[in-house]
Write a protein that binds this ligand. Sequence first.
Ligand code: ATP
Ligand code: MG
Length: 727
Amino acid sequence: ARAAAPGYLQGLNPEQRLAVETTEGPLLVLAGAGTGKTRVLTTRIAHILSLGLAYPSQILAVTFTNKAAREMKERIGVLVGGAVEGMPWLGTFHSIGVKILRRHAELAGLRSDFTILDTDDVIRLIKQLIQADGLDDKRWPARTFANMIDGWKNKGLGPSEIPEGDARSFANGKGRQLYQAYQDRLKTLNACDFGDLLCHPIRILRANPDILREYNARFKYILVDEYQDTNTAQYMWLRLLAQRPQTQRGEKEPINICCVGDDDQSIYGWRGAEVDNILRFEKDFPGASVVRLERNYRSTAHILGAASHLIAHNEGRLGKTLFTEAANPDDDRVHVHAAWDSEEEARAVGETIEQAQRRGHNLNDMAILVRASFQMREFEDRFVTLGLNYRVVGGPRFYERLEIRDAMAYFRVVAQPADDLAFERVVNTPKRGLGEAAIRQVHDYARARDIPMLAAATDLVATEELKPKPRSALKQVVDNFNRWHSLLDSKPHTELAEMILDESGYTAMWQNDRTAEAPGRLENLKELIRSMEEYESLRSFLEHVALVMDAEQNEELDAVNIMTLHSAKGLEFETVFLPGWEEGLFPHQRSLDEGGRSGLEEERRLAYVGLTRAKKNLHIWFVSNRRIHGMWQSTIPSRFLEELPEAHVEVAESSNSYGGYGQSRFDRADPFQNSYSTPGWQRAQQNRSEATRSNWGSRSGANVERIGYGEADSGFGAGRGSVKGRT
Ligand code: ATP
Ligand code: MG
């Protein structure tokens, strides 16, 4: 007879338990959202430890975010009863990559104290190389090339390995040579970029069989969460580590690798993730077991029904069955709300949150998940007005973003010419050829006379003290600031603000920027201008922002969570708000333009991720009008609304203050018109699960294209922010 199962196994369903107890050999857990994949991974580690199958240091466990790694460590401690003695190899791909690289840095031509460069450093470096080569860095922007290098590194390609076409496409065919020069320069600087954190270890492990053997012998168990979002380099790295040393008799021990994932939640195709890695698993690891989890423990039947129906509109999927036993007649349906505009949307969401709070709900249990970061602004402002605590997860708050801080610095100098901090921030942003020496001169001049820097600069450009080049550059800045300042009272402040960003070259700087974040930054700048309309003057706006910035952002505080859909992956909340379900915003226009059909499917997976974050209450919003550049534009409800099954959705009565106008518009553009003719969710679900069972594994070729844009920061909250925070 079996001894009673240890506590941590109790409560698992049979499939979950199988996945936990099948510790030997390769195992893939492929399952939909909320079925306990992450819980299985955590319990599996606890199981391995408590059976004494391995020491904590012999387990390699990869999570998607640092936060997830921390939580997993805590949970394991709880499960095995007592603190786990370190899990040195539990972390993100990047954080584990750094660790390996530090141990063998010399094999990559680095010292173990190498620095990790952020994007700005990387771009500065590349720009120097481009100029050193006598190339025009306007024609061949450093940012474009930085982006290309990042793409190559995501694929694990070094300078000699990039395709000929790629190499030719940049700088008159000098792509390869520049890439090589960049790598050489990094070595000289004893530095590496994010991509190197994986690419260097891959090269080291390949070139040094003895080191590879050491790791292969060390890692008795390998576990990977969110496997659907691994990119090629991460995959290559894993494959190297997931090998077993040969035994004396030449046999190979089984590889104890367990990957969990959900093809429907692959949302990083635009950053090079290859959902096909998950499809290849059984080929890569012969003899692999596959466990499918079908019971969702997270969400109500209505939420799950809505999500399953929506994702069924994607073609390229493996298909999975999902059910829940949490079918309670009292459960709310998914609420769809219409609002006149985003201001009303924020107001109504704020009201709903306050009501819930009065009924005793914690703010921590609520989340607002946006498609694009600019959407956060309206909610942040509203919550500050209401005195409602909030935190922005996985990225800076709206007014803390790099581009917003830069723009605000311009406005501050215009409104308040003695603001030296602001002046220093933007005097050479965008780059105007004002070197440190010139700025120091202005500084010293100002200090000596106890006057503001702008005043000092105004004096200085009238003298011969500066070298001619910086002098004319500085003169232009000074003239601009003085002119803008003189318009402060005569020109409407939003027009003035736009003028400042245009004439200073700041807008153009981002327009010429080819990185994935640039489009999001431009959107944020537009949103900034838009938000000013609500204030009387530039000064009152600046004052408002100062107050918003002062609002506390404290992890301990009970606070509403605001984040992008991308950074919500793996998380769950009692109540979820999904605003901005309009065509063009969600699905996002850029993903449609650049990614075509696969772009749309990735957007739909993002919607699926959003819906499945909710445990009990789900509120979706769309607005009838968005004001862009001061002009009203009427919007069309997202096609994803049409794809929600009628049986699980309730279209909320309009609660707006526009005499029901929002409601009647909604009627005219009834997003559910078409769904009346589609079969109910239950039947569709049944049909589909039959179809998909036979479909298993038959999905053909890669369908994920790289889309050259991304929600700003969305990637950083995850894989990358792990190593170093960024804005
Ligand atoms: P996602 O795809 O969103 O990452 P997941 O498959 O990783 O989801 P988990 O986050 O592990 O799912 O689990 C979802 C929720 O269900 C968690 O709150 C988890 O504690 C709970 N859960 C999982 N398995 C069980 C179980 N056997 N009994 C009770 N609750 C469970
Ligand atoms: Mg998970």
